[in-house]
Design a protein around this ligand. Structure first.
Ligand code: SF4
Ligand code: SF4
Length: 158
């Protein structure tokens, strides 16, 4: 299943991916609402990238009481990569009650309450053209990875 992965040791912490992500989703350069986060330790300068693992994780989907986390089929096209078909987890805002259950279980800390409206928001792989991968200045830092989920399920939504 496709998801964006970060090679932490090669990342320079420039945050270009966050700018590209927020511009795509929010129409503004607003890194605080990017769907991925680059955490730079101010003391050690060690970098940790936070990205959604999509259906290779799916903890948000498992705990959501309203079925607001939906699976959709997707074809991902990224620089230097053959097309990858798979599934992506998206928030259906009409079903989300902002209960917060998914915020608590996310191991990557990449699903949150949107600051402008009371719903969850997360990475949706930009409908198949992940902007973080496209705009990363170092082509070896961000990439789309394909791994089989431990618990692949029959998709609820196509
Ligand atoms: S905040 Fe929304 S998406 Fe998250 S578990 Fe609650 S209802 Fe589901
Ligand atoms: S948002 Fe978090 S819990 Fe949901 S699939 Fe992505 S990494 Fe897993």
């Amino acid at each position: 299943m496709p998801y964006v992965m970060i090679a932490n040791k090669k990342c320079t912490g420039c945050h270009m991916c966050e700018l590209a992500c927020s511009a795509w989703h929010e129409g503004a350069y607003r890194p605080s609402v990017a769907r991925l986060h680059i955490e730079v330790n101010p003391t050690t300068t060690v970098i940790r990238g936070h990205t959604c693992l999509q259906t290779a994780c799916a903890k948000c989907e498992e705990v959501c009481p309203t079925g607001a986390i939906e699976r959709h089929s997707i074809v991902v096209r990224a620089v230097g990569l053959d097309e990858v078909e798979g599934w992506v987890l998206r928030v259906n805002e009409d079903l989300c009650t902002n209960c917060g259950s998914c915020y608590e279980v996310c191991p990557q800390e990449v699903i949150h309450e949107h600051p402008d409206r009371p719903v969850a928001y997360k990475c949706d792989l930009c409908d198949g053209t992940p902007q973080c991968v496209a705009f990363c200045q170092n082509p070896h830092v961000l990439a789309v990875d394909v791994r089989q989920s431990k618990t692949e399920k029959v998709p609820a939504t196509v």
